[in-house]
Design a protein around this ligand. Structure first.
Ligand SMILES: [Zn+2]
Length: 186
């Protein structure tokens, strides 16, 4: 059995690539609006302030902001120097010449390459929108999970306070007993 894989671009052809397309950016935390804390009113009317879990990294105080990836694909010139065909028929290209063994070869999929600049601009726009959507969803999920942890945090600290109160009472009682014994001996 024989099969044919169509190679979309010729070797040494200059085409347009969607680019690597990521840029980091800090945005205010959507949950605490950069305040870093939440004011929580408990069932008994007591008000407490706790750190925001959405913009808090383990072991640190919250920063009030989140690092997000912004989609920034833009047409970049690409010269097809090598071609590779995957087991599933995907065609990939590398910009590195065949005789250059100096560094790692980075292949990009033919689906990310375009022979017209305009088609590449359209593809970049679509990718940037998808990425923005993904990022927005991720922030929303993170904010939602932060809210879930608030009752747990409150519960944890209440338990800690109760525990420490009991320890303190125990210590005071022990101290009292020792004092009474000492008084008797004097
Ligand atoms: Zn926050």
């Amino acid at each position: 059995m024989t099969g044919t894989v169509e190679i979309p671009f010729a070797i040494d052809q200059t085409v347009w690539h969607v680019g690597s397309g990521r840029r980091e950016e800090w945005v205010p935390c959507p949950d605490c609006a950069g305040e870093r804390r939440h004011h929580v009113r408990l069932g008994n009317g007591e008000e407490i302030t706790i750190w925001c879990e959405t913009c808090r990294r383990a072991g640190e105080t919250p920063s009030g902001r989140l690092l997000v990836w912004i989609g920034e694909h833009k047409p970049t010139e690409f010269v097809c120097r090598r071609v590779s065909i995957e087991w599933d028929g995907r065609v990939r290209y590398s910009e590195k010449p065949r005789d250059d063994e100096s560094s790692l070869t980075r292949y990009v999929g033919a689906e990310d390459l375009f022979d017209s600049f305009e088609a590449c601009v359209v593809a970049c726009g679509r990718r940037n929108r998808d990425r923005k959507q993904e990022e927005d969803d991720r922030i929303r999920r993170r904010a939602a999970s932060g809210k879930e942890t608030i009752p747990h945090t409150v519960h944890y600290w209440r338990r800690q306070i109760r525990q420490h109160r009991q320890n303190l009472e125990y210590a005071e009682r022990e101290l009292q007993i020792l004092k009474e014994k000492k008084d008797k001996h004097e």
